[in-house]
Design a protein around this ligand. Sequence first.
Ligand code: X8Z
Ligand code: ZN
Length: 611
Amino acid sequence: MNKIHKLSKLSAAIALTATILACQPEQKVAQEAEKPKAPTAEEARAFIAKAESMLEQDYEYQAKTAWVQANFVTSDTNELAAKAAEEATKMGVSLAMQAKKFNGVEVDYDTRRKLEILKAGLVLPAPEDDKLTKELATISSNLDATYATGCSADKECFNLGELNATLGDNTASHEEKLNAWVNWRKVSPQMRKDYQRMVEIANQGSKELGFNDTGALWRSKYDMPADDFAKEMDRVWGQVKPLYDSLQCHVRAKLNEKYGDQVVASSGPIPAHLLGNMWAQSWGNVFEDVAPKSTASSTNIGERLKAKDYSEKEMVRTAENFFTSLGFEPLPDTFWTRSLFIEPRDRTVQCHASAWDLSLDDYRIKMCIKVNTEDFVVIHHELGHNFYQRAYNLKQPKLYRESANDGFHEAIGDTVALSINDNYLKEIGLIDEVSDESGDLPYLMRMALDKVAFLPFGLMVDKWRWGVFNGEIPATQYNKAWWDLREKYQGVKAPVARTENDFDPGAKYHVPASVPYSRYFLAHILQFQFHRELCKVAGNTGPLHRCSIYGNKEAGAKLKAMLEMGSSRPWQEALKTMTGQEQMDASAIIDYFAPLKAWLDEQNKGRQCGW
Ligand code: X8Z
Ligand code: ZN
C-alpha cells in the first residue's frame, strides 16, 4: 500500500484509509457492507468501488500531513500527524473488517485480490477501540520524532549525518568511531517502553483481523502463505551466504592488519563500529582498507562529483536524466520546487531519505544530500520509487497503485544504479577514461561492500521483529536478541558491552518508524535479476558489471511495462513478465560477483573463515 515510500507504516494506513473518517459517505459503505445476511458478489464489488473512491479522496490530506511532519518536526506537526494517522488507521481497520466479511464469497479475480489487499493493508493495525487506536498513533508518531530529533532522554542531542560521517572516515581513529557509535545509541533507550506497548497494541489489532500476530500479517503480503515466505527468505540467504562469508573473512583480515589484534581479532565477529557505517549494513567506506591492489584505480564517484563541482540538485538532475534516457517522462516542475534536497540549518527534519507521492502528479523526495558516492546511488534509489509511483498511478485503480511486492519498489532505483559504472560515467562526462580490465576487481569490491555486505542485515532486522511480535523475543531480551542475530547472520558484534538498558534496534530508522525491512533483502536479490534481464534486452554480451542500460529504450520499455502493472497481479507474474522467471533467483548476484568470489577465496587461503 505504499504511496509514500519509506513511510510505509503510515503510507499503508494512508493508502487504505485515506478518507473514511473525514466524510460521511464512508459510513454508508460500512452500513452496506455490514448487512448481516450472506453477502453477495455484487455487494463485494460495490464495496470495493466505494472503498477505492474513499481512499482516493482522503489520500492527499493524509500524505500532506505526513510530509509536513517529516519536513518540520515539532510537537505541533507531531500531534497533527498522530491525529491523521489515527484516522487513517481507523479507516484501514474498518475496511479490513468489512473486507473480511466477504471471505468465502465467490467473486471475480480483481474483487478477490482487492479484498485481500484491504485485509492485509495495514502495517500496524489497531484494535477496534478508539482509545487504543489513539495510543498507537501517538506512540508511533513519538517514536518517529525521537529518532528524527536525535536527542537522548537527558537532552543530549546528536546529528546522525555527522556521526555517520565519522564512522565512514577511514582516517578517524577507532576511539573516535567508537564514540560516534555509542553516542547515537544514547537516543534509543527511551523508545523501549513505547516500543513494547506499540507491539502489544498492534498485535491485538492484528489478531482481530485474523492474523496470529503483526509479524504474520507482514509476512502475509507476498502472494504465498506467510510461513512459505519466511522459508523463501532463508532459501535465498542460503544461496548467497558463501559469498558473504568470503567477504566477511577478507574484510576482517584486512581490518585486523589495520587495527591490530587488540581491536579486531582475526577470528570471531567484527566490531560493528569499524565497517564504515552506523549500522554496519553497507561497508563501502572501508574500500581503501580492503581493496585489491591493482594497476588501475577504480573510480571514486564522490570525488569525481566534487571535482566537477556538482551541486546536490545537479546530482538529482543526473539521476533523473538516467530515467528519461530510458524513455520515462521527466518529473514535473513541482518535483523540483517542492522536494527537499539539503538539510535545513534552522529546523529539524527527518533526514532519512524518502520518496513521496502526494497527489496526482505531485512526486517529491526528501533527503539531506551529501555530495558523495553513497548519496548519488541513494538518489537513484529514491527516483526509482517516484517513477514506479507514476507508472502505476497512470494505469491502475487505487488499490493496485502499489508495487508487485515491497521488494520490487525498493529494487527499481537500485537496478538503474547498477548501470553506474565507468562506461556510463564516461558517457555523461564524469570521467575521461574507462578503466581496463584491471579495474574490474576493485569495482566489484566496491559493489560487494555495499550489496553483499547488506544481505544478512537485510535479513536479520525482521527476524528480530518477527520474534518480537510473536513473543519469542520477550521485552527483557530485546537487546540481547538483537545482538545474537547480528552476530549469527552478519558476523558482527557490539564494540562495547550492551545491556537491557540499551535499545539498539531503535537506533535504526526503520524500527521506530515501523517500516518492514525484508523488502530490502528482496530488493538486493531482485535488482540483479532485473539488471541481468535488462542488459540482455539492451544487447549486452560482456560481463554484467560492465553493462550499462543508459539510453536504451528497449530496456526502458521492458522495465516500464512491469512498473505499470502495479500490484494488479501476483509478484511472481510481474517477475515473469520481466525476467521469464517466477522465482527469486540469487544466481544473478552470484554470477555478477563470481570474479570477486574467486579472488576472495584466493586471499582467504590459510585464513580461518567463519565466526
Ligand atoms: O531506507 C532505505 C531507503 C529509503 S526506502 C533510503 N534503504 C535502507 C536503509 O537505509 O536502511 C535503502 C537501503 C536499505
Ligand atoms: Zn526505498
